[in-house]
Design a protein around this ligand. Structure first.
Ligand SMILES: Nc1ncnc2c1ncn2[C@@H]1O[C@H](COP(=O)(O)OP(=O)(O)OP(=O)(O)O)[C@@H](O)[C@H]1O
Length: 390
């Protein structure tokens, strides 16, 4: 790995002279972040200054292993869904700083909490873009170790930017050994918590927890504040996501649950596999949605309220429902067939088996509802599958 022995030129910079510091925007656990402007070009930037003591304490865990610093790692990353690091250096106080373009937007955590239409409409896009960023990251041979909504930003035009690489380690045997138990408790894979050897599949797990939250607004296990508390429940199966979101797409539910498998051998083996399945699910939902839009347009042109052809088309893409979804009279819904891979199916099955009464929910198909004026697609109020066609 070329970054292992790279020595960055160390410059001592007085940040308040060099940049127009506008105000503090974030207090992470390891840093302070300012919004600023670069007077040389007027660019809006984020200035992240790492806490000296905490960084030293963290890096001391890897004594002798030549771990690249957060600044070096961040500087090497070039991906549309990862925030660019433009410059790194040392402050006059001997702290490390990073300069990034300022991301206009919000944290993913806010959208998890709000569960608003924006979240529902762009959720599949967000999941895929987080996965793309992580797949790139893994191809550069890193393990992120701290994937969670706190470290993911959503831009104003609804794209993802991964922002924090403070706990990242190289994907090499020395760093995969048991022991370094860092991360955010509720997103940590069981093998990490149990101090077993780890690999990039711990990020698959954290990514799946993040996707779970994006639908269910809660963790797959009861949320815990400490690793010891997580240890208490990590041996129990996760709550099946379809129990919490019975109207969500069945294929997507299976994909997420497979990412949460306690045994890394039963999880998705890499991010690419998981994202490929998510893309397939998204493509199917988009296809059905487009078909419905065409039919609705035709119906409107013909002055009919609900054309028979639409019912026919919906029926042609969908198997008969085993059990009707809870009644919501607002929107006529078409049920699209959700092809679930055998592995993902097994994952859903395992979790449904824990609660036989809930099996019926797993049989539910996605709901796609009438077109909106902006040509995106909305669904009935309790549906979790809004899709954007823009
Ligand atoms: N490029 C950026 N543009 C806009 N805001 C940013 C940017 N980078 C960071 N922030 C803000 O600063 C906060 C802290 O950043 P970051 O997560 O990188 O710090 P941290 O100390 O490593 O945090 P933690 O270790 O707690 O995850 C973010 O949650 C975000 O609100």
């Amino acid at each position: 790995m070329s970054l292992f022995h790279k020595k960055n030129k160390v410059e001592s910079v007085d940040l308040s002279r060099r940049y127009n510091l506008i105000g503090r925007v974030g207090q992470g656990s390891m840093s302070k972040v300012w919004r600023a402007e670069d007077p040389m070009n007027g660019q809006s930037i984020a200035v992240k200054v790492l806490d000296k003591e905490k960084t030293l304490r963290y890096e001391a865990r890897f004594k002798g292993l030549h771990k690249p610093s957060e600044a070096d790692i961040a500087l090497s990353l070039k991906h549309p869904n990862i925030v660019r690091t433009l410059e790194v250096g040392q402050t006059t106080e001997n702290e490390t700083y990073l300069i990034m373009p300022f991301v206009e937007g919000c944290g993913l955590g806010l959208l998890v909490d709000l569960q608003n239409d924006r979240m529902k409409r762009y959720r599949t896009r967000y999941m895929i873009e987080i996965g793309d960023a992580l797949a790139y990251f893994h191809k550069q041979d890193w393990i992120h170790r701290d994937i969670c909504p706190r470290n993911i930003m959503v831009t104003e035009d609804d794209h993802i930017k991964l922002i924090d690489f403070g706990l990242t380690v190289p994907n090499t045997p020395d760093f995969r050994k048991p022991g370094n138990r860092t991360g955010t408790a509720n997103y940590m894979a069981p093998e990490l918590i149990k101090r077993q050897p780890t690999d990039q599949r711990i990020d698959v797990f954290s990514y799946a927890v993040t996707c779970f939250e994006m639908y269910a607004k809660r963790h797959p296990w009861d949320a815990a504040m400490t690793i010891d508390a997580v240890m208490q429940h990590i041996n129990k199966p996760p709550v099946p996501i379809l129990d919490l979101c019975p109207r969500m797409d069945q294929q997507i539910a299976g994909i997420i649950m497979k990412g949460l498998e306690a045994n890394p051998g039963e999880r998705w083996q890499n991010i690419d596999e998981m994202v490929t399945e998510l893309r397939t699910a998204e493509a199917r939902l988009v296809k059905v949605t487009r078909e419905l839009l065409v039919l609705r347009k035709q119906a409107a042109a013909g002055g009919k309220q609900r054309p028979k052809t639409e019912k026919k088309a919906a029926a042609s893409t969908a198997p008969p429902l085993k059990k009707a979804a809870p009644e919501k009279p607002a929107a006529p819904a078409a049920k699209a067939k959700a092809p679930v891979s055998a592995a993902a199916k097994a994952s859903v099955k395992r979790s449904s088996e824990q609660k036989p009464a809930k099996k019926a929910a797993a049989a539910k198909a996605p709901v796609v509802a009438p077109p909106q004026a902006d040509s995106s697609v909305n669904a009935s109020d309790d549906s979790d599958e809004l899709l954007s066609l823009d």
